[in-house]
Design a protein around this ligand. Structure first.
Ligand code: MG
Length: 248
């Protein structure tokens, strides 16, 4: 069931989203060679708790971290670890959110560690821009497939892979709600969008093919061909005349 949020409920999600964004901003400043992903996890955890919220990823289906920290060919669900030390030239995707007063937020960014290759930078930039290409079609009365198609078309125009096995989602009083929000699809198809829907839109793009594999830890998703992956996500509200990005 797709839920429509009232103005009051959206206000709560705005507060939750602000906390998630604050944590990601702290992580962005902390990302450098020599830092462990466990350290980044602690930064996010402590900040979110200090704001009276909870990290909604922690213990979600048993996930052991407050953030997902996915390095290089890891697409999503990288487990923070003191043994994963960032190296110059790596890219790291941080996916995380907060729950405040029962209302969830969810967002992701990919950062470069020190100096990164032009190829890695382009992947990060195109992944981010693919999100905004999708948003050009996000409005009351449009079809979800319009958004999905625009994301796919833009990313694939660079020869990149659009991950199929993982998709965005509705969000609100649960971290994952209806509808599924794929980053690929047909324009003019899919769920009809309406003001008051809140969606986590999250292109996951690879420098190679779209196929992914699961590591032995049963969490971490990697590209099947070992190519780099990037992730960009925001929690977004559909309004009468467009949208509002809550986690920006
Ligand atoms: Mg998400």
């Amino acid at each position: 069931m797709i839920t429509i949020k009232s103005a009051k409920q959206v206000e709560k999600m705005r507060l939750s989203a602000k906390i998630a964004k604050g944590a990601v901003d702290l992580i962005e400043k902390a990302v450098k060679p020599g830092v462990s992903t466990a350290y980044l996890d602690k930064i996010a955890h402590d900040y979110i708790v200090s704001k009276g919220a909870k990290p909604n990823f922690l213990n979600y289906n048993g996930f052991p971290g407050s953030i997902c920290a996915s390095v290089n060919d890891e697409v999503v669900h990288g487990i923070p670890s003191k043994h994963v030390i960032l190296q110059e030239g790596d890219i790291i995707s941080i996916d995380m959110g907060a729950v405040l007063d029962g209302w969830h937020s969810d967002m992701a960014r990919t950062f470069g560690v020190g100096k990164i290759s032009p190829e890695a930078q382009q992947l990060i930039d195109v992944t981010k821009q693919s999100f905004f290409e999708g948003l050009k079609f996000l409005k009351h009365g449009a079809r979800l497939g319009d958004v999905s198609h625009a994301i796919q078309e833009y990313a694939e125009s660079y020869g990149y892979g659009v991950v199929r096995d993982l998709v965005g989602h509705g969000i609100g009083q649960s971290l994952h709600e209806d509808p599924n929000v794929p980053n690929f699809g047909k324009a003019g198809h899919g769920v009809k969008l309406a003001a008051g829907m809140t969606l986590a839109i999250e292109p996951m793009i690879t420098a190679g093919g779209y196929k992914v594999a699961l590591l032995d830890n049963d969490w971490t998703v990697v590209t099947d061909d070992g190519s780099l992956a990037a992730h960009y996500e925001n929690t977004v509200l559909i309004t009468k005349d467009g949208y509002e990005i809550l986690t920006l």
